[in-house]
Design a protein around this ligand. Structure first.
Ligand code: IVH
Length: 674
């Protein structure tokens, strides 16, 4: 058995190693080991920490997700987070340069150019190298405390790297949090199917993700960051902005690599021009460049106005726009019943793609922008973001345009729509609505869920319209005889489809869980839940508290999962009857082991192991408990069911006694294991 001191050294070594690999992967963009090897190291650290009596420090790599986030606390910035004055063309840029040079009375000026990342400005504070606070920009004077959510961003180090230059005792840096382009479009598609309006721009996406009440949902969004300002470093004095960037990089902070220094405004214009061409190749959205005077003494001389620094300017890119006509407005019904209006456009080419429609998000959006059928509109597309209507050319109206009236009935099933005060979305709440059912089946059959090949939109439409399928479980009752009568089906395709449906009974539990389309349960959350509960059956019996006790699952997800299972028992029973083996079988165990798991003393209970056991190490004890369906946590709380106390149990023993938690001796524990 490992002695505590030896264990601590091993834990610290492992933490340092994981921090190194995290930095290589998330900051340097240069992974040194495979994802699975990295995961294995993380699991090893988690197991060691669980077995060690020492408290886990908040900067341990295992402590990124802390569940619920306290939002709403507004805190004052050390000094205001200013905005930037904008320039849109070469003339504006020249004027900026001329003003700077005049105010500096002809002294030579060096300009630094950076990409202007389109996201949300934040400030991060490190005390003695440890991340202690993260605020949004807010109104510039006061920001919102988003520390818990910022901690989930892997490119934000929880602890600064030990550099050859010392780390300031207090360091405050500022940067931009953003979502990479491909994730942005993916999240928007997901939001629309789940009945939420898509994020209109990259900034809203970053802000929306960072201001979530459930940090575990933030953690499931691949947010990233670039630090662009060193705002305060106690005891440090830098001569230039570029020198401060260098130090921040050495301390392990992620700064954008495309920074350049120029001796003249002409050279700045060349840098801008290069990025006008190349910006589409970037995996994140940029809306311009930022030009800054490099010498900090010159920045001081130039000073600021109430809103902007005089030493910097944002030089914006022109958004890619096109003009076309709204031919009609259709309303689509999502998987959860949200009605989304979509403008059907006269096809137009924009940023390398032919655009035929644009989402109008919701009723409110149409009203605010006063979009009418027949209107000529300005369409904008930022990178991979869904094209949006930015303006109606009202001057071009002929009087023949028709205002759109949002339907009072679901266009698919005719039931009255529901509006709530809480949200802008209008919903069809008919659980039997055919349009929703079609979307649910399509999701169930999709590649990352049950992967039923050959079950495309045309077949799904026929199955639902002919009332052959009323829920996903009905798919398992289909027969070749009936299927082969559908249009464009025939006996061979029907046989093949039945075969594919049969095959889907064997998918792992996490795929089925994802396929059920529960709010907030994306692929990674489904995997995490199954890893902990092993089967859907066990998960369906869990209380919201049980679910929330899983590391990485916050209150909103827990509530959503628990509500789904309480409302869908009939569906689950039908799936069970259909023979979906993963409902009852544990994810990594055989059927027999699974039933043993479900029936034994440990299943579903939470344990803390403390002190030293004679017969096994704490880590072995944890393993034994987990393999029987139990959970092992490191600290005693009201959620703990049993404390297993070995020799020398200390504060955890006292705490368990205080909270009235049952205590097992090593002998009791071995008896239960038998
Ligand atoms: S410097 C006082 N540098 O753009 C100078 N800002 O429109 C403060 N931004 O509030 C900003 N990339 O959130 C700076 N490389 C960059 C930036 C950047 C994006 C954001 C920042 C700022 C906003 C101004």
């Amino acid at each position: 058995m490992m002695e505590s001191g030896v264990m601590q050294t091993e834990i610290e070594k492992l933490r340092a190693l994981i921090r190194h690999y995290e930095r290589q992967y998330y900051i340097e963009n240069h992974p040194e080991i495979s994802d699975s090897d990295f995961d294995a190291l993380m699991r090893k650290l988690e197991a060691l920490e669980a077995a060690d009596p020492m408290p886990i420090p908040p900067d341990s790599p295992t402590q990124r997700v802390g569940g619920g986030a306290e939002l709403g606390t507004r805190l004052q910035h050390r000094n205001p987070m200013l905005s930037l004055n904008n320039s849109y063309d070469e003339n504006d840029l020249r004027e900026f340069g001329a003003r700077v040079e005049r105010l500096l009375e002809g002294a030579p000026v060096e300009y630094v150019t950076e990409l202007k990342i389109d996201g949300l400005g934040v400030s991060l504070t490190y005390e003695n190298g440890i991340l202690t606070q993260g605020l949004t920009r807010g109104d510039g004077e006061y920001g919102e405390d988003v520390t818990a959510n910022l901690r989930t961003i892997r490119a934000v180090p929880l602890r600064l790297a030990e550099a050859e230059t010392a780390i300031p005792p207090v360091l405050e840096v500022r940067g931009e949090v953003f979502l990479p382009k491909d994730c942005l479009s993916e999240i928007n598609v997901q939001r629309e199917t789940e009945g939420e309006s898509p994020f209109a721009n990259p900034r809203n996406a970053a802000a929306g993700s960072l201001r979530l009440l459930d940090a575990s949902i933030t953690a499931s969004r691949p947010l990233d960051i670039f630090i662009y300002t060193l705002n305060y470093a106690e005891g440090f004095d830098f001569a230039t902005h570029t020198a401060s960037l260098e130090s921040m990089r050495r301390w392990g902070l992620k700064c954008n690599p495309s920074t350049a220094c120029h001796k003249s405004i002409e050279a700045v214009q060349t840098y801008y021009q290069q990025w006008v061409e190349k910006r589409h190749e970037l995996p994140y959205e940029v809306d311009g460049i930022v030009v800054k005077v490099n010498h900090l003494s010159q920045q001081q001389t130039l000073g600021t106005t109430a809103k902007y620094p005089r030493w910097a300017i944002a030089y914006k890119f022109n958004a890619q726009q096109a003009i076309t006509t709204v031919e009609k407005i259709e309303v689509q019904v999502g998987r959860t019943g949200t009605l989304t209006p979509v403008a059907i456009l006269k096809p137009v080419s924009l940023a390398g793609a032919t655009i035929t429609n644009a989402t109008l998000h919701n009723e409110q959006e149409i009203r605010t922008k006063d979009i009418r059928i027949g209107d000529r509109i300005v369409l904008e597309r930022a990178g991979d973001v869904i094209p949006k209507i930015v303006e109606v050319l009202t001057a071009d109206r002929t009087g023949n345009e028709v205002a759109f009236k949002f339907p009072e009935q679901c266009p698919a099933c005719g039931s009255p729509v529901q509006r709530t005060e809480k949200e802008v979305a209008v919903r069809c709440v008919n659980v039997a609505c055919a349009a929703q059912l079609k979307r649910r089946i399509a999701h169930y059959a999709s590649r990352n869920a049950l992967q039923i090949e050959g079950l495309g939109p045309a077949t799904i439409t026929q199955l639902v319209d002919n009332e052959l399928v009323r829920d996903v479980a009905d798919l398992y009752t289909l027969q070749v005889k009936v299927l082969s009568k559908l249009e464009r089906m025939g006996v061979p395709s029907a046989r093949n489809l039945i075969h594919q449906i049969e095959q889907s009974k064997m998918v792992p539990a996490e795929k089925l869980l994802f396929g059920l389309g529960i709010f907030h349960v994306g692929e990674s959350i489904a995997e995490l839940l199954i890893e902990n509960f092993l089967s859907l059956d066990a998960l369906s019996k869990a209380t919201p508290e049980d679910i929330e006790s899983v590391k990485g699952i916050g209150p909103q997800i827990a509530e959503s999962v628990s509500t789904f299972f309480s409302q869908n028992q009939v569906l689950l029973e039908k799936l069970r009857q259909a023979g979906l083996h993963c409902l009852t079988a544990a994810a990594v165990f055989t059927q027999t082991q699974a039933s043993e798991t479900v029936d034994n003393f440990f299943n579903g209970k939470t344990f803390v192991v403390t002190g030293s056991l004679e017969g096994m190490t704490r880590s072995e004890a944890s393993h034994e408990i987990k393999s029987r369906g139990g959970r092992v946590t490191s600290s005693v709380t009201s959620k703990t069911d049993y404390l297993i106390a070995g020799d020398g149990a200390g504060s955890k023993y006292t705490k368990a006694e205080e909270l009235g938690i049952s205590i097992l001796t090593e002998t009791d524990f071995f008896e239960k294991l038998q």
